[in-house]
Design a binder for this molecule. Structure first.
Ligand code: CA
Length: 662
């Protein structure tokens, strides 16, 4: 045989075996970036195109199944190598209803099957991808679904809710306990005939519903949902697929997608925006994750000794600085907006990501709709090999504005440190005045503040107030009532309610974006358990009987929200406007904070607002200039006024007062 023919034969055989001459890479840093947008599945009734990116794979195969779980592949195809590290296969005919996995060979070894990382529909437990017609998952009326208007992020009132907590307790009266559909069922009532579910949310007056992780996560066995296991869901398995545990049928891939869309559509119809909690910073497992089975070693960070780095505290951390991880995060966020009409994102442990990635997410969402919000945790849960100067840390927030960060400063100033259980904050112990003031100005620069005294930060990290989330508690750590009980075990329920109301008055009268944890408006607890990520319903479920028991607390939260919504003076965003128009009283006694807001520049109907927080155990008497109307006083709120006061006012212990002049 002539050498030319031999070469041709070898090339042909290699192509048949699927092992053409692929480039060799010294490290994952040399992998090419794929610049196309067709990874995963492109389905039509005529044919299905499968495409993956796995530059160092020696072979890639596609397995087709009739079932989402169990059974043998009815066909296995070798995928063909293509440009920029991709592999592709086209299958003709209508594959609707079938399932598939990919499998790569690297270093001479076949890895486990994976549905890939771009999959949008999965079978039960998310081990196989599903071939479906996405258009068929749209509920009726979906094409008319629109995002409720929002002028500024400081107009938002965020309500953080776990699907299961909200409707799983029998007192919720829900027909769909713990499911997506439960969040959009109207007409549900507590045993006392009080509104629960979405009707309760409307009654409360919040604007944004932040749902805990609802992408497909790994910790709940979807084949055993009758066992009623619980998890927060911070354990991602398939980023672009919906969690099956919240659907009425996790076996039928289109159902979970349709039900989540139904929930979002009905929240939109009720005027709420929907924020999704996203956890791109780590995966449920490392070595065997779908990311790692697709492109081993590429999507994660490692320590110098080769071990997995662990800034998430969950065993691994993703590497957003790598082009294809960054691209994946950006495209995934845009996908949730385009396909599911999501209105905002809460980035878990955002400081694991590099700032460039967060800016790229912001830019991509700006192209769709600049009012889509992004906020995140400006911290990590451990050390990362990525230098702090590159990471989306709270202290770097000005470099990734307008993405907002949670203020652990106002949180811990109000209710006490998150680690030291029995250490209280302003409402339950002494001190923290300067940190509370820092919260009042939304972590922006203010001439009257001594930043050296702030509980965590020593810089005014927010460029504008829209860049900071103010809160007293969230799903993490003890909820507000449990924390107050831990700090003041001797306190009566009346005393605890006083502290609770003062805490949220600080949140709602501060500049920034207020945020509450679901159920706190009816004085929920978590039975004193801090990290309830897998605690049973008996700990996590909201008991709606509380709505009658603590009707006064609910009315107060309603009042706080209504007051904030009616008065733009609490919703300024521009840092200069805040610095110019909020004036703290000099010489306020210990454990108190007093300030005046000039309401005119923000167009408020209240020309002047005086806010007094008395965190002390004694009443506070202070002089007043002229006559004022009381809008909030001693645990009651009435926007029309609770009567006038002049000369001086005595604010009872552990309470707030909001006074105004027309
Ligand atoms: Ca799942």
């Amino acid at each position: 045989m002539k050498p030319k023919h031999l070469t041709l034969l070898i090339t042909l055989m290699a192509a048949l075996l699927g092992c053409t001459d692929r480039p060799k890479y010294g490290s994952v840093d040399e992998y090419p970036e794929y610049t196309g947008n067709d990874l995963g599945l492109t389905y039509t009734p005529e044919k299905s195109l499968f495409k993956v990116w796995s530059p160092a794979a020696e072979q890639v195969r596609l397995n087709l199944y009739n079932e989402g779980l169990g059974g043998e592949a009815f066909e296995t195809l070798a995928m063909q190598p293509g440009e920029q590290g991709t592999w592709a296969a086209t299958v003709s005919g209508d594959l609707n209803g079938k399932f598939y996995t990919f499998q790569i060979m690297q270093d001479g070894r076949w890895l486990d099957e994976t549905p890939g990382i771009w999959t949008k529909a999965v079978g039960v437990n998310g081990d196989r991808a599903a071939i479906i017609d996405m258009a068929a998952t749209d509920p009726e009326g979906w094409e008319n679904d629109t995002r409720p208007p929002m002028r500024s992020f400081t107009d938002a009132v965020i309500y953080e809710v776990h699907m299961r907590d909200f409707t799983v307790h029998p007192s919720s009266g829900s027909s769909y306990p713990g499911k997506f559909l439960g969040l959009c069922e109207s007409g549900t009532l507590s045993p006392d005939g009080l509104k629960t579910g979405i009707d309760h949310l409307k009654e409360l007056g919040v604007t944004h519903i932040q749902i805990l992780p609802s992408y497909d996560y790994g910790s709940i066995d979807e084949t055993r949902l009758d066992e009623n296991r619980y998890n927060w869901g911070y354990d991602p398995k398939n980023y672009n697929a919906v969690e099956g545990g919240y659907s009425t049928d996790p076996y039928t891939p289109a159902t979970r997608i349709r039900e989540m869309k139904e929930m979002i559509m009905c929240l939109h119809e009720a005027g709420f925006r929907v924020i999704m909690d996203v956890v791109y910073n780590h995966t449920y497992v490392g070595e065997e994750s779908h990311l790692n089975l697709m492109v081993p070693g590429y999507f994660y960070r490692f320590n110098e000794d080769g071990s997995w780095s662990n800034a998430s505290g969950c065993g691994n951390e993703t590497a957003s600085e790598r082009p294809m991880m960054r691209r994946f995060i950006v495209e995934s966020a845009a996908y949730w907006v385009n396909e599911f009409h999501i209105d905002g994102f809460r980035f878990d442990l955002m400081a694991i990501h590099d700032m460039e990635t967060m800016r790229a997410v912001r830019a991509a969402l700006d192209e769709i709709d600049p009012t889509i919000s992004i906020h995140g945790e400006g911290w990590a849960a451990g050390d990362s090999p990525l230098p702090a100067a590159q990471r989306a840390l709270k202290e770097n927030a000005r470099q990734f504005a307008p993405i907002a960060v949670f203020s652990d400063d106002i949180r811990d100033a109000i209710r006490g440190n998150w680690v030291e259980g029995d250490k209280g904050g302003f409402v339950a112990a002494n001190g923290f005045e300067e940190s509370v003031k820092f919260g009042v100005v939304g972590a922006t620069a203010h001439p009257q503040l001594d930043l050296g005294k702030i509980v965590h930060s020593k810089t005014a990290y927010a460029q504008c107030a829209a860049q900071v989330i103010n809160y007293a508690s969230c799903h993490d750590d003890p909820c507000l009532l449990d924390k107050l009980k831990a700090v003041r075990p001797e306190a009566s329920i009346e005393g605890l309610i006083r502290m609770d109301k003062l805490a949220q008055t600080i949140v709602f009268t501060s500049q920034g974006v207020p945020f509450i944890f679901a159920g706190e408006e009816i004085l929920r607890d978590k039975k004193g358990v801090h990290n309830t990520y897998q605690s049973p319903d008996s700990v996590n479920a909201i008991d709606w009987n509380n709505k009658r028991t603590y009707a006064d607390v609910f009315a107060y939260y309603q009042g706080l929200i209504a007051m904030r919504k009616a008065h733009p003076a609490f919703r300024m965003s521009d840092a200069r406007m805040i610095a110019d128009n909020i004036r703290f009283a000099d010489g306020a006694p210990a454990n108190t904070v007093m300030f005046t807001i000039n309401g005119k520049p923000s167009g408020d109907t209240w020309s002047e607002i005086r806010v007094i927080y008395n965190g002390d155990s004694r009443p506070l008497t202070t002089r007043l200039n002229g006559s004022w109307e009381k809008a909030c006083f001693d645990g009651r709120i009435d926007l029309d006024g609770l009567g006038s006061v002049s000369g001086e006012i005595t604010v009872p212990a552990t309470s707030a007062a909001v006074l105004f002049k027309k």
